[in-house]
Design a protein around this ligand. Structure first.
Ligand SMILES: [Zn+2]
Length: 129
């Protein structure tokens, strides 16, 4: 994870936490799998949870509920459905990482340094826009 990007996200979010780390790594994964150019490509996200990770999506992709490019549909899973409006590509990303550490700080470090495929599963999106 790019340190500057992480610091920006922490500033946006207000604190460092594993949830934000998950959100930021999800963005990294989405960018690499979907070949997205952040803040250039028009991204719409349906988040399946509304906790700290969502701030990662907001910070990196400029998505927000007010801007109508971020929606919330509770499923109990830590998952995001991402749509690239420029090429109608879409992807669902689900967090599957496990916390094997003893502290919040170690868990954050683990998430930020882990391989994308170790942290996430990818599948087809559940919804149409
Ligand atoms: Zn948080």
């Amino acid at each position: 994870m790019d340190n500057l990007l992480w610091k920006e996200a922490v500033k946006f979010h207000g604190h460092e936490c594993p949830g934000l780390a998950i959100g930021m790594k999800a963005c990294e994964a989405i960018i690499s799998k979907m070949k997205i150019k952040p803040k250039e490509d028009k991204i719409v996200c349906i988040a399946e949870n509304n906790t700290c990770p969502v701030d990662g999506i907001k910070s990196v992709f400029d998505c927000d509920y007010d801007k109508k490019n971020l929606f919330y549909k509770e499923s109990g899973e830590l998952a995001f459905n991402i749509f690239n409006m420029d090429n109608s590509d879409s992807l669902r990303i689900i967090y599957k990482g496990k916390n094997k550490t003893n502290s919040k700080e170690e868990y954050i470090k683990y998430i930020l340094n882990a391989e994308i495929d170790e942290l996430f599963d990818f599948s087809k999106v559940k919804y149409n826009l």
